[in-house]
Ligand binder design. Structure first.
Ligand code: PEP
Ligand code: MN
Length: 339
């Protein structure tokens, strides 16, 4: 990294920065310009990064040269990673459909949605039992009973499932039961939760935070990897912008950037990105064409009665129809649908 000193920085300020770099196991190279002096720091990056150079006297700003994440970065790991969710691979060699209810509401509702997902070609189910709702008066999820229903859906379809955790206290139990643990957009920078799922031996799906830069998203993934769990799937689900016509703005370019910067699989959730049923299929098709490793889609047989996210849920028939179209686009871009 490079520490840029203020024009008025004194020799003592410059020496203090250099001395601190040496104490942190690094070396300092001073270049004096006519106005600004810059101090180049090399050495043990982790220790050098742990210092807040900006608070030292005479420092103007700091330029980071390397990336703030390394375990999830492609630089040191050029091969794309494939993550196994149960028996289902999610990665570059294939294309995966993940589908199911947004929330588990009852056994019947979840089974209908999961069976439609399977008919559509999904090889991973979704369904949530802890719902992070904006209002405390909205349906919060079935909790433990919901986990039993998801196990029944898995037993009847033979497909693995992903479920969200919203609190550290859920992680142990969900890790025992589920095939993949999801961190939702609202908790994408809940660092204690990230550390906790990083200690489990189940794959983790990490959604991009509502207002997170790609760099912050990858640093969040680094928290999980750094605790020992490198089975991570990144999920772009739309970001908050000034545009109210869709629920969020699907950042497909962001998905492609994440795939370029990281070796981890990157998938797209068009349902939560657009929030409107008629826009889910076009965005799902665009995602696979653009190289998404999977899409994750909400399904509900009676969306008007849904307790969560009815307006964006596909009907079972619509899901089956979309599955066939996704398979055709996936084949056209050499990403055969995994079955
Ligand atoms: C969800 O997938 O049901 C969900 C709550 O998504 P997000 O965290 O992206 O809002
Ligand atoms: Mn939802």
């Amino acid at each position: 990294m490079v520490v840029v000193m203020k024009a008025e920085a004194t020799d003592a300020d410059i020496e203090a920065v250099s001395e601190r770099a040496r104490n942190a196991g690094g070396e300092a190279f001073v270049s004096r310009g006519t106005v600004h002096t810059v101090v180049g720091l090399v050495g043990d990056t982790e220790r050098l990064r742990a210092v807040d150079w900006r608070q030292m006297h005479g420092v103007d700003h700091v330029i980071q040269i390397g990336k703030a994440y390394k375990m999830v970065a492609r630089d040191l790991h050029p091969e794309a990673t494939t993550v196994l969710v149960g028996p289902t691979p999610v990665g570059r060699g294939t294309f995966t459909i993940i589908a199911g209810p947004c929330a588990v509401e009852s056994e019947e509702q979840a089974l209908i949605a999961c069976k439609a997902a399977q008919m559509a070609g999904a090889t991973i189910l979704r369904g949530d039992v802890y719902k992070p709702r904006t209002s405390p008066y909205s349906f919060q999820g079935l909790g433990e009973r919901g986990l039993e229903i998801l196990q029944e859906c898995r037993a009847q379809t033979g497909l693995p499932f992903v479920v969200e955790v919203v609190d550290v206290s859920h992680v142990g139990r969900v890790a025992e039961i589920a095939d993949c643990i999801r961190i939702g957009t609202r908790n994408a920078q809940n660092f204690e939760l990230l550390k906790e799922v990083g200690l489990t031996n189940k794959p983790v799906m990490l959604k991009r935070g509502l207002a997170m830069t790609i760099d912050e998203w990858l640093q969040a993934a680094e928290y999980v990897a750094q605790r020992g769990n490198s089975e991570i799937i990144l999920c772009e689900r739309g970001i908050r912008t000034f545009e109210p016509a869709t629920r969020n703005t699907l950042d497909l370019a962001g998905m492609a950037v994440a795939q370029h910067e990281s070796h981890l699989p990157v998938i797209v959730d068009p349902s939560h990105a657009v929030g409107k049923r008629h826009l889910v299929a076009p965005m799902a098709l665009a995602a696979v064409a653009a190289g998404a490793d999977a899409v994750m889609i909400d399904v509900h047989a009676d969306p008007e009665q849904a307790l969560v996210d009815g307006p964006q849920a596909l009907l079972p028939d619509e899901m089956v129809d979309l599955g066939a179209r996704l398979a055709r686009v996936a084949a056209a871009v050499d990403r055969p649908l995994n079955r």
